[in-house]
Design a protein around this ligand. Structure first.
Ligand SMILES: Nc1ncnc2c1ncn2[C@@H]1O[C@H](COP(=O)(O)OP(=O)(O)OP(=O)(O)O)[C@@H](O)[C@H]1O
Ligand SMILES: [Ca+2]
Ligand SMILES: [Ca+2]
Ligand SMILES: [Ca+2]
Length: 619
């Protein structure tokens, strides 16, 4: 448990859920994965990027062997998308009615494996003490329709929708419902146009589907005030439907604009789109919300105008996620789904991958990962490197290519965050890009504060090798924390910065939690130099071509200024080696025989610290 990232990304097969899938047919597709098929580039195909529904629930590996887990075909269309939720018990109790309280997730399997329900219930009982009867029934029956009778479809939303709004024509349709234009019938806003997403209750056939609607509204309601996010107004319900009232976006879907342009954008036009997408996604991530369904259909323009503002919509698959938490249900749309989602261990980075897919499509008009079947697409996502050699790529800027490549890095720890992407040289000087606060820095500072003095010295040395480009981002983040006159930040500055940026989504719990995790800062201050050491990501630097140079250079600095004879126990605890491991044998390579100090290899290991071994918290 908890070693989601323990497997090197070079051997995805090891944990690849598709690896046991029937392969015969796909073998022939191997070659076609690389080929772009323009004929497929139409809306139909895009719509076929159906919600991922892989009905495999994993129980704690230590207690139950995961049963054979072939990738079942996607439901198409279907609201069923998620799995048995593996949130931690503490999250469940702290979160109250939030996503943490999502019912146990397991659904209809097209080919049910030998009933896993027993194991799941046993695991749940162990984790939560007991399982509510109707939830257990869902698990046991695999979502049999009979369970519908017991579902509570009241949401506590306002009544009287029809008295308040005059419904106009349908403007869009999805798997779960349809969207209409509407107008206020009376009152101050009489005549004003809004959009109404109508979700029929008849379509909510599982507890999960109901919970998803609840969460969609909850997230929309709490995430207010960003200019690239559709403005939520209200939610209503009656016996038949749920109605989500929001700002009306007249300009249509981003997908339609891409298609009407024949798929290709100039770099500047692509930047204009990317800045808006990254801005709203960075905002969501700071608030602790992961969208999980980013694709060109889910961005709307406010007007038909060429330069119209873009708005993110459809939080139907979104969820709350804390900085160190990992989600495990496989949701999203095939073309846009991140590799770590397929590995069922992911966080906000998964959204950034989807943005990388959108960026790739904008710049070259083709999909980076393509195959005829869903499992073929997954194989490509997990293994194939997108093509950057065919036209138009050779004629695009080096920065543009680097930008897309760094969004499509398979290892989520190495991938840029949304805020970092806004600091990337390709985009950072475009118009008036403002880089928002990045939730990643808090995660990194937390790990830094918990490190030994030896590791801190190693990070300090590494931070001295950062280039102007890398410092650009850190300077921006430091400035956002509004250092005091002495050039230092304290816990108070962080608190202020978070409070300033917080919506209800974050207010619910996260600010407090973040601050508690940084409490080691309480009696001290941090200047910019130390901030750089604390907030740099070793994993991300490792993804750079010049990493070796960075590391060598840092080691030399460390030699002069921090290397000392190693106390084995200190190192062992820093690296999270269990007492049963014969420490001396393991550390042999990391220590120089001549003087007992850290070797280069040991230095690099130390830079990673425990974080590389237990990045995700065991739950
Ligand atoms: N605020 C809005 N203004 C105008 N049109 C909208 C608005 N919200 C949604 N639409 C239209 O309705 C379509 C469906 O909305 P949405 O994606 O929220 O529904 P869904 O049922 O969750 O769809 P999906 O099948 O993608 O999950 C959108 O693609 C868009 O065309
Ligand atoms: Ca749609
Ligand atoms: Ca949608
Ligand atoms: Ca949706």
């Amino acid at each position: 448990m908890g070693l989601c990232y323990g497997k090197p990304s070079t051997t995805p097969e090891a944990s690849n859920p598709t690896s046991t899938a029937p392969k015969k047919k796909e073998e022939e597709e191997e070659g076609t994965v690389e080929k772009r098929e323009e004929e497929e580039d139409n809306k139909e195909a895009a719509a076929a990027a159906v919600a991922v529904a892989v009905a495999v629930a994993e129980v704690e590996k230590s207690t139950t062997k995961p049963w054979a887990s072939p990738f079942f075909p996607f439901y198409s269309p279907s609201p069923a998308h998620s799995l048995f939720s593996k949130k931690s018990p503490s999250a469940a109790s702290a979160g109250g009615g939030s996503a943490a309280a999502t019912p146990r997730r397991l659904f209809k399997l097209p080919f049910p494996p030998p009933s896993p329900a027993k194991h799941i219930r046993a695991a749940l009982a162990r984790r939560h003490g007991s399982v509510k009867p109707n939830e257990a029934a869902i698990a046991e029956e695999g979502g049999r329709e009979g369970a519908v009778a017991g579902l509570d479809k009241s949401f506590g939303f306002a009544k009287g929708f029809e008295g308040k709004y005059e419904v106009g024509e349908e403007v869009g349709r999805g798997h779960f419902g349809y969207t209409c234009s509407a107008r206020f019938k009376k009152g101050e806003r009489k005549g004003e146009q809004v959009a109404v997403k109508v979700i029929p209750k008849a379509k909510m056939t599982t507890a999960i589907a109901i919970e998803d609607v609840r969460r969609e509204v909850k997230i929309l309601r709490s995430l207010t005030g960003h200019s690239n996010l559709v403005q939520f107004y209200d939610a209503y319900e009656d016996n038949d439907n749920v109605y989500i009232i929001m700002e009306f976006c007249e300009g249509g879907e981003l997908l339609d604009r891409i298609l009407s342009r024949g798929g290709k954008y100039s770099e500047d036009d692509a930047k204009a789109v990317m800045v808006q997408i990254l801005n709203v996604v960075a905002f969501c991530h700071l608030q602790g919300v992961v969208h999980r369904d980013l694709k060109p259909e889910n961005f709307l323009f406010t007007s038909k105008d060429e330069n119209s503002q873009l708005k993110a919509i459809d939080f139907g698959l979104s969820d709350f996620v804390k900085p160190d938490e990992k989600l495990n249900d496989i949701v999203g749309s095939a073309y846009y789904v991140a590799p770590e989602v397929l590995h069922r261990c992911y966080g906000t980075e998964a959204d950034v991958w989807s943005i990388g897919v959108i960026a790739y499509i904008l710049l070259c008009g083709s999909r980076p990962f393509w195959a005829r079947t869903e499992s073929g697409i997954f194989r490509a996502v997990l293994k194939a490197d997108p093509n950057f050699t065919e036209p138009p790529w050779p004629s695009l800027s080096i920065e543009g290519k680097d930008f897309v490549k760094r969004l499509l890095i398979k290892d989520p720890r190495r991938r840029m965050t949304a805020a970092q992407a806004l600091s990337h040289p390709w985009i950072r000087n475009f118009n008036d890009v403002k880089v928002p606060l990045d939730v990643l820095i808090f995660r990194l500072i937390k790990a830094y504060l918990r490190s030994s003095s030896l590791r801190k010295a190693a990070l300090r040395a590494l931070s001295k090798t950062l280039t102007v480009d890398e410092l650009f981002y850190l300077k921006g983040q430091f400035a956002l924390l509004e250092p005091n006159k002495d050039g230092c930040i304290t816990l108070e500055n962080i608190k202020m910065a978070l409070t300033k940026n917080a919506t209800d989504a974050m207010k619910e719990s996260r600010v407090q939690e973040l601050l508690i995790s940084l409490s080691a800062l309480q009696y001290r201050r941090m200047n910019f130099d130390e901030f750089c050491a604390a907030a740099l990501s070793v994993h991300q630097l490792e993804a750079l071509d010049r990493w070796e140079q960075h590391a060598r250079c840092a080691y030399e600095l460390f030699e002069k200024d921090g290397n000392r004879a190693i106390v084995i126990d200190e190192l062992a605890s820093e690296l999270g080696l269990s007492p049963s491991v014969p420490v001396h044998a393991v550390l042999h390579d990391w220590i120089r025989h001549t003087d007992g100090k850290l070797s280069f290899l040991g230095f690099v290991k130390l830079l990673h610290g425990v974080s590389s071994r237990s990045f995700a918290k065991p739950r």
